[in-house]
Design a protein around this ligand. Structure first.
Ligand code: B3K
Ligand code: ZN
Length: 852
């Protein structure tokens, strides 16, 4: 295989001073002329440019003259010009190539989505546009001209000249090719203005298809909030005269931070109360912020090589999390983030795809845009901040921006900034970047009433299980936030940050009088699995009295888990959980969003991951049954309370996506979901008919499908929104996700046969295949039908769009943790994929890592 290694890094032997591009756009024969001003870094070497098979070379010259053809070599992935043909001085290399955007179904490079020309270059898409040193440490200012009959022609930077059929753009900020973008189409803008704190006036545009303008306003408001927040909190200003955002329907991921021209999946821009849910609104605000924040963390300071991806992604996720915490509720945001981390990253870390936050080897870099690089990467920033304090963090970040502006940096540079700004040695901390796996932390307590007025000793051990290629892992530094709650419910020890650096280590608290209950890992101060012997009574006590909202929620979570375990083993009903959750739901002083989170039972996938982390073999059907059982028992025990909440949390007046209104709706929906177990779906039916917003409508639909009475509602939704792609994506996914497990594959099969299952559209494909993967017991059907269905579609998708096929193959990443019957069936599905004759590098790498 063609692996790349971090250890092999070597600077590019040429310096690129300027890039000039001209595009003559045509759907199936676009001509690109590129002029690169190059000079040798030291002695002249062969000049190697990346460039894939779809790029047809029409002409090439150096300083205006064609080199001897014997000095020019091409293989499928690159173009090499022998050193003998190059001057030992600055020179201009000009290539003319032809590409076919209409044939580009991989949506990487230049392609067409709904008649709009657009690009996606990260990580290595630019090489499908023209021959170029397509690596992040080769940075240059870009000048771009576009010729096309499309009315709107956009690229990075500031406009120089715009007239009919022609546009010229200039981006003065040196950037790597992955940040290049071009858009040409029949688009309209929602526009606004922003004045930066030093007085620069910036024109803001959100470009959408004609007719979609009335769904772009929220995106614009999110952008403006992000720009202000980055000035206020990080002191970072925008640096061009225009900022453009574009929404397209075919997009491999969420969005892309191209300099001055962010491109978005339309589902992360377009929103109206009728079509988007509260969760959609929150996500749109967060992703727009994320892409905007990349302007400094990613664009002004980029990555030296793709192994350093977490340098920009972990930091930018951390920044967007802080932003959402400031815009909405910080405790709720923290709980949501931990929930996602465990659902996606712990799961990844537990199986064959585990890798370090900074990997050392890859075959296809697009396979490493993972929960580990993004979400765990963000957790590492949070830990650093906890270890050096808020002021230390602020001065380290200032130093980072000062020292590395305009550079392509590394994790070593990042850590050096913290060391230099705070004096703290981060040698041990670096293991968080280099070592994969989720540490298991155990905590036991010793209580000595006689000693020093009551002494509590907390004993910790840490151990990280082996991951592929990494057997032994030395101890890491783990910040453990601890508080103590006295027997009367008062906090006797506010949060103290314990720093664990050894494999086993103890910490003491003196003068406590009576024995307190320990609130450990407050705020989820480190991404670890905490094991501690604690009984349900003390968990319920923490759920009632802890001052740390995360720890409170976590206590409820632990109670629910223990109830589920006991039900799954035929035990009793978890009375402690049912009582405690009722008290919390009724607590009018608590934020409704927090109460909603506490009412949400752990998902089936989450339960499976927790069981596997303890060395058990999860049984998907038993998990499903136990969870349904517990939900019904909660509903029965609290029927009156839930019904009152459902009514009381109705939000009067016109819909607003603000955090308070969304919080009330989330509690209302949580109550509905439980009541739905005992009211046959009657409330959901009424709500579906009367809801004035998509949040409640979808919640109701979900409930109806679960009660086996979704047909009429599905038909109604289709009648009303059949021509709205984003709503129809929801329509596809909810049917598969909410189907009873034994029907899930049949439902998916039937939906896949529909004419409007436009499988080449990534959103639609994800709606269906991702919907099935999210139906835990359905995907893991014992007869292997979920595996076979998914494998068939991955193989089909791989021929059109390898990135999407590879990404969706992670549905299989947990296969080794199940029983032998399921393992055999999953493995044979994976082997069938691996044996595919023209398998892409993307999918091949994923499948071979999973089989290994
Ligand atoms: N940087 C892009 C992701 C690119 C993914 C390439 N396969 C979006 C983001 O993280 O902001
Ligand atoms: Zn990002």
């Amino acid at each position: 295989a063609n692996a790349q290694y971090l250890a092999d890094y070597r600077p590019y032997p040429f310096i690129l001073d300027q890039t000039v591009l001209d595009f003559a756009l045509s759907p199936d024969a676009t001509e690109v002329t590129a002029t690169l001003s190059l000079r040798p870094r030291e002695a002249v070497e062969d000049l190697v440019l990346d460039g894939g098979r779809g790029v047809e070379l029409l002409s090439l010259d150096i300083d205006g003259r064609a080199p001897d053809p014997a000095h020019v070599r091409r293989d499928g992935e690159s173009l090499t010009i022998a050193a003998a043909a190059l001057p030992d001085a600055p020179f201009a290399l000009t290539t003319r190539v032809r590409i076919d955007p209409s044939a580009n179904t991989a949506f990487e490079g230049l392609y067409i989505s709904g008649g709009i020309f657009c690009t996606q270059c990260e990580a290595e898409g630019f090489r499908h546009i023209t021959f170029y040193p397509d690596r992040p440490d080769v940075m240059a200012p870009f000048r771009v001209t576009i010729r096309s009959d499309k009315p709107v022609l956009l690229s990075n930077g500031n406009p120089v000249a715009i007239r009919d059929g022609f546009a010229e753009w200039n981006d003065p900020w040196p950037k790597p090719a992955y940040l290049f973008a071009l858009v040409a189409g029949d688009l309209v803008a929602v526009s606004d203005r922003f004045t930066t704190r030093s007085g620069r006036r910036v024109d803001l545009n959100v470009w959408v298809r004609p007719g979609d303008q009335d769904r772009a306003g929220f995106a614009m408001q999110s952008l403006i909030k992000s720009m202000r927040w980055d000035e206020d909190v990080y002191g970072r200003e925008y640096d061009l005269d225009v900022f453009n955002m574009v929404a397209v329907d075919d997009f491999n991921m969420g969005a892309m931070e191209n300099k001055g021209l962010n491109i978005f999946n339309s589902k992360l821009v377009l929103a109206s109360p009728e079509t988007a849910t509260d969760a959609d609104y929150e996500r749109i605000e967060a992703v727009i912020a994320h892409e905007y924040f990349h302007n400094w963390t990613g664009n002004r300071i980029t990555c030296r090589d793709w192994f350093q991806l977490c340098l920009k992604e972990g930091l930018t996720v951390f920044r967007d999390q802080q932003f959402t915490a400031d815009m909405r509720s910080a405790p709720v945001k923290r709980i949501e983030d931990v929930h996602t981390l465990r659902a996606r990253q712990f799961r990844e870390d537990q199986g064959p795809l585990a890798h370090p936050v900074r990997p050392e080897r890859y075959e296809e870099i697009n396979n490493f845009y993972t929960a580990t690089v993004y979400e765990k990467g963000a957790e590492l920033i949070g830990m650093l901040k906890r270890l050096v304090g808020d002021d230390g963090y602020a001065s380290a970040l200032d130093l980072y921006f000062d020292r590395h502006d305009g550079e392509a940096a590394t994790i070593e540079d990042w850590l050096a900034v913290f060391q230099d700004a705070t004096g703290r040695d981060l040698t041990q901390f670096k293991r968080w970047y280099t070592d994969a796996g989720t540490p298991h932390l155990t905590m036991t307590e010793d209580w000595d009433a006689g000693d020093r007025g009551g002494r509590l000793t907390l004993n910790f051990t840490q151990h990280t299980p082996p991951t592929p290629g990494q057997d032994d892992k030395p101890p890491r530094v783990i910040p453990i936030a601890v508080g103590l709650i006295g027997p009367n419910g008062d906090e006797v020890q506010p949060t103290r940050m314990l720093e664990m650096t050894e494999a086993r280590q103890s910490f003491t608290f003196d003068g406590l009088g009576a024995r307190p209950v320990v609130s450990a890992l407050r705020g989820f101060s480190a991404p670890v699995i905490l094991d501690r012997p604690i009984d349900d009574r003390n968990r319920a006590f923490l759920l009632a009295h802890d001052t740390d909202p995360f720890a409170r929620w976590e206590a409820g979570r632990d109670l629910a888990m223990s109830a589920l375990m006991s039900l799954a083993q035929g035990g009793d009903a978890g009375a402690d959980f049912i009582d405690a959750i009722g008290r919390l739901a009724a607590d009018r002083d608590a934020d409704p969003a927090f109460r909603a989170l506490c009412l949400m039972l752990p998902g089936e996938e989450e339960i499976a991951t927790a069981l596997a982390a303890r060395g058990a073999t999860p049984d998907p059907d038993a998990i499903h049954a136990a969870r349904e059982d517990l939900a019904r028992r909660v509903a029965e025990a609290h029927a009156d309370l839930l019904a009152r909440l459902y009514d009381a949390m109705e939000v009067p007046g016109p819909y607003s996506p603000d955090a308070d209104a969304a919080a009330r709706r989330s509690l209302r929906i949580a109550a509905l979901g439980l009541l739905n177990r005992i009211d046959r779906g009657d409330r959901a039916e009424v709500l579906f008919g009367t809801a004035g917003n998509m949040t409640e409508r979808m919640a109701a639909l979900n409930c109806l499908i679960r009660r086996g009475r979704g047909q009429a509602a599905l038909q109604a939704l289709h009648d009303r929104f059949g021509d709205n792609r984003l709503v129809m994506d929801k329509w596809f996914s909810v049917q598969v996700m909410a189907a009873p497990p034994q029907d899930a594959v049949a439902v998916a099969t039937q939906l896949a046969a529909r004419r409007d299952f436009d499988w080449k559209n990534p959103n639609r494909f994800r709606a269906l295949l991702g919907g099935l993967a999210a139906n835990h017991a359905g995907f893991h059907a014992a007869d292997g039908s979920g595996y076979d269905f998914t494998a068939d579609w991955l193989m089909k998708m791989d021929g059109a769009n390898p990135q999407i096929a590879a990404r969706m193959s992670t549905a299989f990443e947990t296969w080794p943790r199940y029983d032998k019957g399921r393992r055999d069936r999953a493995l044979s599905a994976l082997q069938r994929i691996a044996a595919m004759p023209d398998i892409s590098r993307n999918l091949r790498e994923m499948v071979s890592r999973m089989i290994a």
